[in-house]
Each structure stands twice: as structure tokens, then as C-alpha cells.
Design a protein around this ligand. Structure first.
Ligand code: SF4
Length: 314
């Protein structure tokens, strides 16, 4: 089916004094109804910038964003309802001076001026399992737990009946004990509403739990993508292998350890990123070509792709 939201060859450069931060380069991604894509990478890999580009916080420096197949210019009205971004910090995204009811009412009224607001607010709270509704509707954000606040944020996003949810680390500030419940809630919403979901995370274990497809970013570039099982069982890019090996997942396959995690060092600066493959200073398999030329995208059967010279030489 046609993707709801797409990035095609999207780059975002930010001026920084006399330099340029190359936050995202040449990103291509498609979100389909009812499917969850995990965008995985370390902090500073460009994930959040890409989410903001997809949410039209700012325009790309080059490349295209498409909504329902149409190239988007500016921020058309459809965008406000069709694409909703959920942030890491649920406290920061709710108005602390207003009760839950007011926080939700505003979104409902904007989207459906003639709706029965009370009924709609109650329905939204039920959808995110904040029940009984009376227990939550008149609370202030500070009277709720982090998980409850994030549910209110999700309810508010649902008020405008979006087609796409972009979740930027939506569980990473929550208590470990409730993260799984939040992932299950997101999973339920995609099933019930056929939402397209982009789940942005540094944590490959949660990506593995929730998503259908994985896309890995490193230093502003996408380096590998494909169906989750295949990417995790047999990563093509050494950096993906590093991510999987450093994740505390008991089911991981028995590939030999390629890395000594202690020796890896920091991800590179995006102001003056390494030439060639950006991962080459950390890659134990780097060859001469990796230091000078960026690896092209190699497509493999089964919807997989990667940017690594090793695949070109296979
Ligand atoms: Fe390593 Fe070269 Fe592949 Fe980059 S292109 S990940 S340096 S082998």
C-alpha cells in the first residue's frame, strides 16, 4: 500500500558559527498504515532531527517529505491532524497549570468544534486506559505518575485522529516497570486505528519487542534497515552488530563478538564527521576504501538494505 508519510533523500544542515552541523544526511524512510518502524541509534545520531523533519517543525535543507504521496511544502493544515509527535518528556508537553480535562478539551475542540466535548474526552481517556475516567479527568499533570502523564499526551495526540504517530523515545523517561505497558498501548493503537508508527529509541531491545521493521542511524546517516527479525538475527552492518551485542538480550544469536565495547569511543561530531564511511574510525573491519568513500546503498532480497562496503564486496 501507499506509505502515509515518507522521507526521500532528506538532509538537514544547521549553521553553527562558521561551521555546519550535518544533523541528517540523505535519509529515506516510508511509514505504512498499521506498521511500526523503529528508528534506532545513539544520542546524536540524528533520530530526533529526523522526527522533527517528519513532523515539519522545520523544512529539510534538501530532499522531500511526502504525506499521502504528495510532496509537502510548508506545513499544510492536514499536517496538524495527520501527523502527531510524542516527546520523551510527558511533563514538558502538558500545560502544568491546567487539568487533564482542559489539556484534552483544547485538542478536541480544535479538531471537532461541534463534538460533544465531555464525551469525547472520556472516550480518549478510556482508549489510553486511564480509567475510571473520573479518577483522572480533574487531576493536574503533577498529580499523575510519569506513565499516566504520557498516556494523557497520547490521548491528546489521538484527539485529532492522526494517521501517523512519531514517538521520540516515548518510554525512556518512564519507570522501567511500566515501559512494557506503554509499548503494549502503542501496539494496540496501531492495530485498532491502523496508525503508522515511528518508534524512535536508543534501545534495540524495546525496538525488537514492538516494531515490524528496524532502521538504524549512525552519525546522521541511515546505515541499515529491514524486517526486524532479519536485521537482529543477521545484521549486515558492523555498527548494527555492535548495537545488538551491547544490548542485554539473552536471546541474541551466537555470532562471535566483534567488539570490545570498552574500546569503542564516542560517536563522531556532526560538525566535522569522518570522511568515507562515518563508522570507519570505530569499525574493526574497515578497509582503505572505507576511509575515503561513503558506501552506497546496497539492496538485498527480503526488503533489506545497508550502506557498507563489505556488502558491495560480497
Ligand atoms: Fe566498516 Fe567499511 Fe562497512 Fe564502514 S563501510 S562499516 S568502515 S566495513
Amino acid at each position: 500500500s501507499q506509505p502515509v508519510l515518507e522521507a526521500r533523500g532528506v538532509s538537514k544542515l544547521f549553521p553553527a558559527g562558521r561551521s555546519t552541523v550535518r544533523a541528517v544526511e540523505d535519509a529515506t524512510l516510508a511509514l505504512q498504515p498499521g506498521r511500526i518502524v523503529a528508528l534506532v541509534g545513539e544520542s546524536g545520531s540524528g533520530k530526533t532531527t529526523l522526527a522533527r523533519l517528519l513532523a515539519r517543525f522545520y523544512p529539510p535543507t534538501s530532499g522531500e517529505i511526502r504525506l499521502h504521496g504528495e510532496v509537502v511544502k510548508g506545513k499544510p493544515r492536514a499536517y496538524y491532524s495527520d501527523v502527531q509527535l510524542i516527546f520523551q518528556d510527558p511533563f514538558g508537553s502538558l500545560n502544568p497549570l491546567h487539568r487533564v480535562r482542559y489539556n484534552l478539551e483544547r485538542a478536541v475542540k480544535l479538531h471537532h468544534p461541534k463534538a460533544d466535548v465531555d464525551q469525547r474526552v472520556a472516550e480518549l481517556l478510556e482508549r489510553v486506559s486511564l480509567t475510571p475516567v473520573e479518577q483522572f479527568i480533574d487531576k493536574f499533570p503533577h498529580e499523575l505518575s510519569g506513565g499516566q502523564r504520557q498516556r494523557v499526551v497520547i490521548a491528546r495526540a489521538l484527539a485529532v485522529e492522526p494517521k501517523v504517530l512519531l514517538g521520540d523515545e516515548p518510554i525512556s523517561m518512564l519507570d522501567v516497570s511500566i515501559r512494557l505497558e506503554m509499548l503494549n498501548l502503542l501496539d494496540r493503537l496501531r492495530t485498532e486505528d491502523g496508525l503508522a508508527l515511528l518508534y524512535i529509541t536508543h534501545d534495540i531491545a524495546s525496538a525488537r519487542y514492538l516494531c515490524d521493521d528496524i532502521v538504524v542511524m549512525y552519525a546522521g546517516r541511515m546505515i541499515e534497515g529491514g524486517p526486524k527479525e532479519d536485521v537482529i538475527a543477521d545484521p549486515l552492518h558492523p555498527y548494527t552488530q555492535l548495537l545488538i551485542d551491547s544490548s542485554p538480550d539473552p536471546e541474541r544469536s551466537d555470532r562471535p563478538d566483534l567488539f570490545d565495547a570498552e574500546d569503542l569511543g564516542e560517536p563522531p561530531s556532526l560538525i566535522d564527521p569522518p570522511a568515507g564511511c562515518r563508522f570507519h574510525p570505530r569499525c574493526p573491519l574497515a578497509m582503505d576504501v572505507c576511509r575515503t568513500e561513503a558506501p552506497p546503498r546496497t539492496e538485498l532480497p527480503g526488503g533489506r538494505w545497508t550502506h557498507c562496503w563489505l556488502q558491495e564486496k560480497r
